[in-house]
Design a binder for this molecule. Structure first.
Ligand code: B12
Ligand code: SF4
Length: 493
């Protein structure tokens, strides 16, 4: 069967920093290809909708699968599904991915019969079975599958992460993938899941709080096959188990793999497992993202980060000592006033780290979706991108965005002001000589993306698809089975 897998467009506010390969879709592609199908992949972060329609004419797919990891992409994908159904009435249309897994039934409803099903959870094991079951009334009894007729049992989670290495060969124009100065950049994974349980995050609820690892041999072999000089490690929390990180590193050394790496981890993991980070620094790890989230004890408790402000600050010192370039994230709460913005801005200007801001957002799949007592001010999927306020703001909304954007631009100037640009000019020039212009374009686009008026006016766009509102909210923690996509066992680090 001819199967086309599609990744939606880039999110407006992140495309300036990065564009990364659709790793999940590439893993699903491997499993479908192994089952004997002819698979193609189209990434709308790089290609246009016009390219999509051309691809349909050229390839004539018999099935099309869409990947929706981000809520903000939901309207685009529903529109594409509905239009595709008109163009190819006999084509089997399905969708999956992180965010859709929490809102499967409502998305099937939005598509008004155009979408054959949504697949919840990991796609590798179920996708080939799904294609086999096309036309069969038992489709809706498959694990994780949700159709207009009903839903199957809990989705399947595979216990061997080595089994379906990503089909990177299917991603076209790979030179377009980059993150900051890592241009071009591929992605890879060493583990899946997270054993922590932060209240604002859905990484742990998706995987039922499980944590799985690739074998060191398979992980290193996969990275060795990557042509790009840079690799983004997509793990939710890298190096939770230091012995695994060390073993992967040793394999990479044995295979003489030399790359530059970027990863995301927690401050306490860095504190606890310093040696593995030092070792990876020697292997080429240069950049890391640490989810700081808040500067004060009370907010950290509220987010259930299970860490203290001192531990966070100590981790930053260690990262500096080892020689990493670090980006951190702070969650801005809609209840912030000018004073709170100023406190964080002042702090951010005193540290060398790159400081990002996201806006506290209860999205489906998170615990705060169930417990947040403030009423959502919008049900527009497009605003659930952690850059918009979807809860009532203490400041008037336009003022809130003014403060947010002011903070972001002060911090951007810190890293992309004249003196910083002078330092990066040499690098930008060398990349341009190799035809890699993603990083340079990023420098140009920076000022134009963040705008108070743009963010504010996004709230007044006509609402085309409305999210299903939260059901009864409650102050107490929801039960695991109401939160989890995969009903895996709980495993603590
Ligand atoms: C790596 C990562 C990133 C990377 C980039 C990823 C990429 N290639 O685009 C970076 C750091 C850049 C990033 C950025 C952001 N991210 Co992010 N990210 C992740 C993370 C940690 C892992 C994703 C991943 O690659 N997993 C590994 C692959 C193998 O798994 P997968 O993609 O989920 O695919 C599997 C299944 O979902 C399924 N599947 C996927 N597609 C399909 C399609 C079909 C048809 C089927 C059947 C199955 C299927 O099968 C796959 C294989 O099992 C997730 C958390 C998580 N654990 O999922 C957050 C997460 C997806 N990100 C999140 C957010 C909020 C963001 C940002 C908006 C944050 C910001 N500060 O602006 C930006 C926006 C990025 C953008 N694309 O524009 C949220 C999503 C929230 C939401 N509900 O919308 C998540 C869930 C984290 C969280 N805190 O809860 N992200
Ligand atoms: S540690 Fe990170 S990935 Fe894990 S639950 Fe918290 S925010 Fe999510």
């Amino acid at each position: 069967m001819r199967v086309l897998l599609v990744h939606p467009s880039a999110l407006m506010y992140s495309e300036i920093y990065l564009r990364l390969e659709p790793l999940g879709l590439e893993c699903v592609a491997t499993s479908i290809r192994e089952a004997g199908h002819d698979v193609r992949l189209l990434d709308l972060q790089i290609f246009t909708h016009r390219d999509y329609w051309r691809e349909l004419d050229a390839f004539r797919p018999e099935a099309i699968g869409f990947s929706v990891n981000y809520l903000a992409n939901v309207p685009e994908v529903i529109d594409l599904v509905v239009a595709t159904r008109r163009r190819l009435p006999g084509c089997f249309l399905f969708a999956g991915g992180h965010s859709l897994s929490f809102i499967a039934a409502e998305v099937v409803e939005h598509a008004r019969g155009a979408l054959d099903c949504v697949v919840r959870g990991e796609g590798e094991l179920i996708a080939p079975r799904l294609l086999e079951a096309i036309g069969d009334a038992r489709l809706s009894t498959l694990p994780g599958v949700v159709t207009a007729d009903g839903a199957g049992p809990a989705p399947l989670m595979h216990d061997d992460l080595d089994r379906f290495p990503p089909a990177r060969d299917l991603a076209r124009r790979r030179r377009k993938y980059f993150i900051g100065v890592l241009d071009p950049c591929a992605s890879a994974e060493l583990s899946r899941g997270c054993p922590w349980d932060c209240s604002f995050c859905s990484a742990w609820t998706f995987y039922g709080r499980t944590y799985r690892k690739t074998s060191p041999e398979a992980a290193a072999a996969d990275i060795a096959r990557i042509a790009e000089p840079n690799v983004f490690l997509v793990d939710d929390v890298a190096f939770v188990h230091p012995e695994h990180g060390l073993a992967v590193g040793r394999e990479l050394e044995r295979l003489r793999v030399r790359k530059q790496y970027y990863l995301e981890t927690r401050c306490d993991v860095l504190l606890r497992n310093r040696e593995v980070f030092e070792y990876w620094r020697r292997l080429g790890l240069r950049y890391m993202f640490l989810g700081l989230e808040a500067l004060d004890e009370e907010s950290l408790k509220l987010h259930r980060k299970r860490i203290t402000p001192n531990e966070n600050l100590r981790a930053l010192e260690i990262a500096r000592e080892i020689g990493f370039t670090v980006a951190v994230n702070i969650i801005a709460d809609p209840s912030w006033d000018e004073r709170q913005f100023a406190v964080v801005r002042d702090w951010a200007l005193t540290v060398p780290e790159i400081v990002h801001f996201t806006v506290a957002t209860p999205y489906p799949g998170t615990e705060i979706w169930h417990t947040e007592s403030r009423r959502l001010t919008t049900l527009d999927y497009r605003l659930f991108d952690v850059q918009h306020a979807v809860l009532p703001t203490r400041l008037p909304l336009a003022r809130f965005y003014e403060e947010l954007v002011k903070t972001q631009s002060v911090l951007n100037r810190k890293h992309l002001g004249f003196s910083a640009l002078r330092d990066t000019a040499g690098l930008a020039f060398r990349l341009a000589l190799r035809g890699q212009t993603n990083f340079i374009r990023m420098l140009w686009k920076f000022g134009s993306v963040y705008s108070r008026d743009r963010q504010y006016s996004d709230h007044f766009k006509p609402l085309r698809y409305s999210m299903r509102p939260q059901e009864a909210r409650s102050a107490s923690r929801p039960r695991a089975r109401d939160l989890f996509v995969h009903l895996g066992a709980s495993s603590r680090a």
